[in-house]
Design a protein around this ligand. Structure first.
Ligand code: MF3
Ligand code: CO
Ligand code: CO
Length: 329
C-alpha cells in the first residue's frame, strides 16, 4: 500500500487529467495541482481586421490551412521576395522588443505588431492561421511557444518571447526572440544568452551537402553543457509561399533527420531551451504550450537560406553573422 502522507511531488508533475502523484486516486487537477507562480490565461480581445489593400494568405478568410506541393529548393525570384518578407519581420521584431516593458499587456503588444506589419504592407501571418486569433505569439516565462496575447500585464522580472511572421509578395518570413521585462534574475539572463547561442550554433551547422541532423546535434551539444532541456514537441520548418512546409528541423540529435541540405532550401531554426525538463503540457486553448515542470523557457528563431558555401540568415539583417562564430567571439 502506498502512503499518501509520505509521497513527494515528482520533478515533472503529471498531466492535469492523469492520476495525482500523491496516490489519492484523484485526477492531478482535482488534487495537488496549483497555479502558484504560473502564468494564467487572461481575456482574449476580439480579432483585429486587416485593410483590404493588404494581400492576404489563403487561410486569412477561412482559418483553414490547406497545404500544396512546394519545392524545398526555391527559385532566385522567390528568394528575393523572401528577403523582403524576412527583413520586414526582423524589423518588426526589433521594434516590438523595444516596446516591451513592465505594465503593458500582451494584447497591447499584439496591436502594436499588427499595425507595424500593416504599415509595411505585410499581413501578420499568425492571424487566423488554423484559427489562431492574434497577429503575434507572446510566450511568457514557462510558456514554450504560441502564447496568445491577452489581458495579462507584464511584470518586472518576466521574460517574453515575441514570434513575428510577415507575409508579403506571396511569401512568409519568420523570426522570434526572447526579451527581458525590466530587470530579470541571473538564471533568466543565462537562459536567454544560452538559447541565443544555441540558435547560432544551429545556424553555423547549415552546410550544403550535410544532413539537417547536424543542426540539432549542435544545438543539443551546447544546451547540455549547461544541463538545459531541449524542447522536442516543436521544431523548425520549411518556409516560403507557405508558412510551414515539409522540411522538419529537429533541435536535438536524431539520426533519422537525414535530409541533405541543398543550396536554395529555406527553413527556420528555432530552438526552445528550458531550465528543466524538455517535456511540455498544453493549455485548454490548444495553442499555449508550457513546460511540464513550470520552469522558464526561452527561444530564438531565424529563417535561413542554404547557399552554395554555407548559410544566409534572411531574418538576420545586413551582414548577419553569428555573434558566436569563432571570429566574433
Ligand atoms: N511563428 C511560429 C513558428 O515559428 C508559428 C506560429 S503559428 C500560429 O513556426 F498560428 F501560432 F501563429
Ligand atoms: Co517558425
Ligand atoms: Co515563428
Amino acid at each position: 500500500m502506498n502512503n499518501p502522507a509520505a509521497a513527494q511531488p515528482p520533478a515533472v508533475p503529471p498531466a492535469a487529467n492523469d492520476a495525482c502523484w500523491c496516490g489519492s486516486g484523484r485526477k492531478y487537477k482535482r488534487c495537488h495541482k496549483t497555479t502558484e507562480g504560473r502564468i494564467e490565461p487572461g481575456t482574449i480581445s476580439p480579432m483585429l481586421t486587416v485593410p483590404a489593400h493588404i494581400v492576404k494568405p489563403p487561410y486569412a478568410e477561412t482559418g483553414k490551412v490547406t497545404r500544396w506541393q512546394e519545392s524545398a529548393v526555391k527559385s532566385p525570384e522567390i528568394i528575393e521576395r523572401m528577403r523582403i518578407a524576412c527583413s520586414t519581420a526582423a524589423e518588426v521584431l526589433r521594434l516590438a522588443g523595444e516596446f516591451v516593458r513592465p505594465g503593458i499587456t500582451t494584447d497591447e503588444i499584439d496591436v502594436y505588431v499588427h499595425n507595424l506589419c500593416i504599415e509595411r504592407g505585410a499581413y501578420p501571418s499568425p492571424l487566423n492561421y488554423s484559427g489562431y486569433p492574434k497577429s503575434v505569439c507572446t510566450s511568457v516565462n514557462e510558456v514554450i511557444c504560441h502564447g496568445i496575447p491577452d489581458s495579462r500585464v507584464l511584470q518586472e522580472g518576466d521574460i517574453i518571447n515575441l514570434d513575428v511572421t510577415c507575409y508579403m509578395n506571396g511569401v512568409h518570413g519568420d523570426t522570434n526572440a526572447t526579451f527581458a521585462v525590466g530587470e530579470i534574475d541571473k538564471e533568466s539572463r543565462d537562459l536567454i544568452a544560452i538559447t541565443e547561442e544555441c540558435t547560432w550554433r544551429g545556424i553555423e551547422a547549415v552546410v550544403p551537402g550535410r544532413p539537417l541532423s547536424d543542426i540539432g546535434k549542435a544545438i543539443e551539444t551546447r544546451a547540455k553543457q549547461d544541463q538545459m532541456g531541449v524542447i522536442r514537441a516543436f521544431i523548425g520548418h520549411g518556409i516560403g509561399e507557405q508558412f510551414h512546409t515539409d522540411i522538419q528541423v529537429l533541435h536535438y540529435y536524431d539520426k533519422s533527420n537525414n535530409t541533405i541540405m541543398r543550396p536554395g532550401m529555406t527553413f527556420t531554426i528555432e530552438p526552445m531551451i528550458s531550465l528543466g525538463t524538455y517535456q511540455h503540457r498544453m493549455w485548454k486553448d490548444d495553442w499555449t504550450a508550457v513546460t511540464a515542470d513550470g520552469k522558464r523557457t526561452a527561444q530564438f528563431e531565424h529563417t535561413v537560406l542554404v547557399t552554395d558555401t554555407g548559410v544566409d540568415v534572411l531574418t538576420g539583417g545586413i551582414g548577419a553573422a553569428s555573434p558566436f562564430a569563432p571570429w566574433n567571439r
